[in-house]
Structure formats: structure tokens, C-alpha cells
Design a binder for this molecule. Structure first.
Ligand code: 2NL
Length: 342
């Protein structure tokens, strides 16, 4: 009898706990089967009343039935509560309350700028191309007329993954791959992440986004180059932007140029954004070096072309007046939210 009552007490407590903690009709049904079903311990306990001594049967049976009845009632009450929550009457909702304000999500400023730039070049017949971020030294340097003892190829400046593999330092290897597998005319823009061993400071990031472009065909001249770049600059920065091509050097272009646009903040007068010069450098560019054509199997006597490269972060900083490149890559929601409607 002692043991019988002790088991009963245990079942009562466990059953109550299971029923009260049910948060869905399925949980409740599970608890009902476990504590009140045909195979439940309580049912077996009730059946075993007959095995107790004659004089104890009546009170043991009564107590067991009391526990069963109490658990049944509790389960019923809990079932009623659960349906009340699930099927709350419409009248309890106040439709005049303002809705919860939720962030709709936004595109990253670099994505906005990338799409805008690619969209402008699309008007000139350029399509988008992509390629791997892990590259071979051939595609990243050698094919682009850059010898492996060039400073850019130095271990100090580049993340090597192995002797011959590295994280690409520019997106140019994609252009080399496209030229290798297709014949001119080629007109592509190549957006993507590139990697350099730079400290993370206000104007440098070890991983950043770039867009490069390439046009190759018979008869492409320096005039086509200047006209195409000018078209882009005026579409992006507005018809009043002034453009300047400064002579420069890149191993993969000859001649090479640095392209500047007049500072929109001070209209060329000189301010802190343009460091007092009135000009902002926006890209490097030039006519593709014949050696590059040779390396990808194009006849350099037949084909000419131009290429350019720009840092998307830099352009985004100019467009949205962002003072520190780290803001672009911190993932701070308070910064990113500001582009919700951009
Ligand atoms: C910069 C300069 C540049 C290129 C990239 C290129 C690619 C091929 C052939 C020739 Cl396959 N050139 N790309 C050319 C000139 C400059 O980037 O300042 N980038 C951020």
C-alpha cells in the first residue's frame, strides 16, 4: 500500500507538470497518452488494485481514481486554454494600433555602386563576368605582363595560399580567362573582391571590391578609350564633371593613365576631400599592352583594346560621403540601415 501510494503521488506530480507545460495541442495529446492512455502507468496501477490486501483495495482504488479524474480535468482545462490562444477572437485585436516597425533590408552601398557602374557600361555594350577569388600566379601576374619579382607579387603584399596559388590582387585574371576562351570582340566589366596585405585603416582594407573593364576588337583606338571613360564619368558624376587623364604606369597597359574627376564637394576649388587639389582620382586605365594579348593567344598585330580598374569602396565613399572605408566592411546595422531607400 505504501509503495502504491508513493507511485501514485509521483505520477500525479509528473502528470500535472507535463500537462501544464504543454504549449501546443500535440504536446498535450502526448501527455494525455503518457499519463492517461491505455498503456499508462496510472492505468496499470488502477488495474493492480485487485492485488492489494482486501481491506486496502477500496481506499487505494478511490485515491487512484481521484488522481485520474484530476489529471483528466487538468488536461481538459489546458486544451481549452490552448485553443483560446490559437483562435483568439478577432474582436480582441485593435486594428487601429500602428504596426510594428520593421527594417525592410537594404543593399550594401558597394552593391549599389557596382550595379550602377555595370548598368552604365551595359549601355556601351559591356556584359558582366565573374571568376575565382583563388587564382594561380599565371593568371594573376604572369599573363598580365607582371613578373613574379614585381613588388605587387611580393609575399609582403599578397596572400599566398601555396607556392603557385594566391588570393587574387585584382580582378584582371578574370579578363585573361575570358580572352583565353573567347574571340574578340570582347566587352566585359568584372566586379568582385580582391585581396592585398594592407592594414585595415581609414583608406585601406585587406579585402575590398573592385570593378575592372576590358574592351578588345579590331581598330579600338585611344579615342575610343577616352570617349568611353568620359561617357561613364558623365553618366555617373553628372554632365558638369570635369575629367583629367594623367600619364601613369601599369605593367598590363601601354600607355597608361590615371583618371581624375573634378571634386563635386568644392567644385574644383580645393577642400579636405580632394586634399586641396580640386581633383579626385577614380580609376587607373590604359590601352592593353600587346604582351597581354600574346599571353592569352590573341594576335597583337590584329587587335587593340582598352582596360580600366577602380575601387568600388572609394567610389561609394565619394557618392555617399562616407569618411572611413572601414564603415563599409564593419557590418554595423546602424550604418547599413541608412541605405534602405537608396
Ligand atoms: C587600378 C588600376 C587597372 C587594368 C586595371 C587590365 C586588365 C587586363 C589587361 C589590361 Cl586583362 N589591363 N586592367 C588596366 C589598368 C588599370 O586598374 O587602379 N585599379 C584599382
Amino acid at each position: 500500500m505504501e509503495k502504491f501510494l508513493a507511485s501514485l503521488r509521483e505520477l500525479e506530480e509528473a502528470g500535472q507538470a507535463a500537462i501544464r507545460s504543454a504549449t501546443a495541442p500535440e504536446d498535450l495529446e502526448q501527455a494525455r497518452i503518457e499519463f492517461l492512455g491505455r498503456k499508462a502507468q496510472l492505468t496499470r496501477l488502477l488495474r493492480s488494485v485487485g492485488e492489494l490486501p482486501q481491506d486496502q483495495r477500496r481506499s487505494a482504488g478511490a485515491e487512484a481514481n481521484r488522481v485520474k479524474k484530476q489529471l483528466l480535468e487538468l488536461a481538459e482545462a489546458r486544451a481549452a486554454e490552448l485553443t483560446a490562444v490559437a483562435g483568439a477572437p478577432v474582436a480582441d485585436i485593435d486594428p487601429t494600433l500602428p504596426g510594428r516597425v520593421r527594417w525592410r533590408g537594404a543593399r550594401h552601398p558597394c552593391t549599389l555602386v557596382t550595379d550602377e557602374i555595370c548598368g552604365i557600361f551595359k549601355e556601351l555594350g559591356f556584359s558582366r563576368a565573374r571568376g575565382p577569388e583563388a587564382e594561380t600566379t599565371w593568371y594573376n601576374f604572369t599573363a598580365l605582363n607582371t613578373s613574379l619579382d614585381h613588388p605587387a607579387a611580393d609575399e609582403q603584399d599578397t596572400f599566398y595560399l601555396g607556392d603557385d596559388t594566391l588570393l587574387r590582387t585584382h580582378t584582371s585574371p578574370v579578363q585573361a580567362r575570358v580572352m583565353e576562351r573567347s574571340q574578340p570582340p570582347v566587352r566585359i566589366v568584372v566586379p568582385g573582391f580582391v585581396f592585398r596585405r594592407d592594414p585595415f585603416d581609414a583608406s585601406h582594407a585587406p579585402a575590398f571590391e573592385q570593378i575592372e573593364g576590358l574592351a578588345v576588337d579590331e581598330g579600338i583606338s585611344f579615342v575610343d578609350f577616352k570617349a568611353s571613360i568620359s561617357y561613364f564619368v558623365h553618366r555617373f558624376f553628372g554632365p558638369d564633371a570635369a575629367i583629367r587623364f594623367r600619364p601613369s604606369f601599369f605593367p598590363f597597359t601601354e600607355p597608361s593613365a590615371e583618371v581624375d574627376v573634378s571634386c563635386a564637394i568644392c567644385a574644383g576649388a580645393g577642400c579636405s576631400t580632394c586634399k586641396g587639389t580640386g581633383w579626385l582620382e577614380i580609376m587607373g586605365a590604359g590601352m592593353v599592352d600587346p604582351a597581354v594579348f600574346e599571353n592569352v593567344g590573341y594576335d597583337p598585330e590584329r587587335y587593340t583594346g582598352f582596360a580600366f580598374g577602380m575601387g568600388v569602396g572609394r567610389i561609394a565613399m565619394l557618392r555617399y560621403q562616407i569618411p572611413d572605408i572601414r564603415l563599409l566592411y564593419d557590418g554595423d546595422i546602424r550604418f547599413l540601415q541608412q541605405f534602405e531607400d537608396a
